[in-house]
Write a protein that binds this ligand. Sequence first.
Ligand code: DHE
Length: 526
Amino acid sequence: MKRVVSLRMARQALAAATLLVLCVTGAAAGANDTETLYQARCASCHGEERLGGLGPALLPGNLSRLTPAAAEAVIRDGRAASQMPAFGETLDDEAIASLAEWIYRAPEVEPTWTKADILESQVVPHPDGSLPDAPVFDADPLNLFLVVETGDHHASLLDGDTFARLHRFETRYALHGGPKYTPDGRYVFFGSRDGWITKVDLYNLEVVAEVRAGINMRNIAVSADGRYVMAANYLPHSLVLFDAHNLDLMKVYPVASAAGESSRVSAVYAAPPRGSFIAALKDIEEVWEIPWPLPTEPVVATGHMATPLAPQRGHDTPSFRVRRIPVPGYLDDFFFDLDYRHVIGASRDGQGGMVVDLDSGEKVADLPLAGMPHLGSGITWEHEGRRVMAIPHLGKAAVSIIDMQDWTLVKTLETDGPGFFMRSHAGSPYAWVDVFFGPSRDRVHVIDKASLEIVETLIPEPGKTAAHVEFDRYGEKALLSLWEDDGAVIVYDAHSLEEEQRIPMSKPSGKYNVWNKTRYEEGTSH
Ligand code: DHE
């Protein structure tokens, strides 16, 4: 891949330059001043203000997934399959410990990321329409899987019929949230915790555009017609809108209440039937809705199909304008019903949830959901003629099943530990939930969607974390991550629950099937 190769070469050159600097400045950097040490040894890759560069940002918010002990180990031993060198030979333990401690300190002045920074960060190696329109592989383009490998920051593209690996490419550091496809499945957008949005042309296996939307980003959403990308940031407090074709900046929305109280954005979602983005705000009691233009004009750009869904708006907010929906509480974790009429929200530290009608803006129900429900992992299916939703809890060994007509609790299913991800498929009789936390994190429960009972508990590798399931487009196969550095994606027959193959991967996290994601399949995350 041209872009990645040139990036790698640049990284190698920079790492070599860094090492040269080390040799020259070794004595001075050995002094007690950790900041001086940082500037001498780390700033060339991680930025003078720790905002990142060729290496990731080193600010407390960006490092929340890394323990200080792990940071120390990375400084000492380097990071495999990256340009992060090992400093164990050139720095003593005390210096390494002081650096590891210092990067978790908040900077004296909060860093900024302006429109100019966004514009300057944009690179477009292959402008929209400049690459061939046919895939370079024979696999069904609608049954591909992308697997994010967080161990060495790569992604693998799998043929969803044979599970052959078609390609493996380097990603930005610490991707988070699901990658989002255009409706034809040709392009995919990845979001990293450091704020990078990367657009990849899957037909040509090339990075075609990149831009940095913020310093600490939560996730991205792509409009159902594939024309717009919205990014949700913790730092700065903003939503950022891009034209999807070349990731051109369209608009920055500073996020604040009408009274001026600023807020982090927990996440942004696309709501296809409404033709809008919906944003979850962490620090103010509002939900924001931002409509994209209705498809009254044909989509002219190459490669992007118009959405088959005709949005119906229950309000008359003009396109790209913010509609504020006041809510009675802080809601930062969302699930939606299938027509996106209702948002089911919970606060991450709260003990309950609520249902808000997005058209009227009214709260219509409270939900009895103690124990940190993980609504973002919710799924839904038809049970005895009624639609139910099921969600794991991050703080409780249980799955809650709720009737979506009257919002009553149908059942609390006890599990072997708190779970993170749930998945099913309209073509499967089963729903899968992992046990992500605690001593049973090597287990995955299989729930019968008819009896609402756990019918099987799989332990694919004793002692190793097993998590996150994704189905193929037909619901015939289920793919599970062995979430370890020397991990694997395990392919199961989704009916017999027999293991069929293991594909070695470096700490695989999420897997994303093109069909399920672009069709907003009821058993997958949206
Ligand atoms: Fe995630 C999705 C929030 C921690 C892996 N996570 C999401 C989404 C949100 C979210 C809002 C949906 C966005 C989307 O897909 O566009 N996650 C949060 C948190 O608030 C939390 C608890 C704390 C945090 O610091 O962010 C959190 N998440 C984690 C992890 O620790 C995980 C396990 C490892 C990691 O990579 O950080 C993790 N989150 C994921 C994955 C998805 C995700 C793999 C996509 C799931 C999918 O199937 O769509």
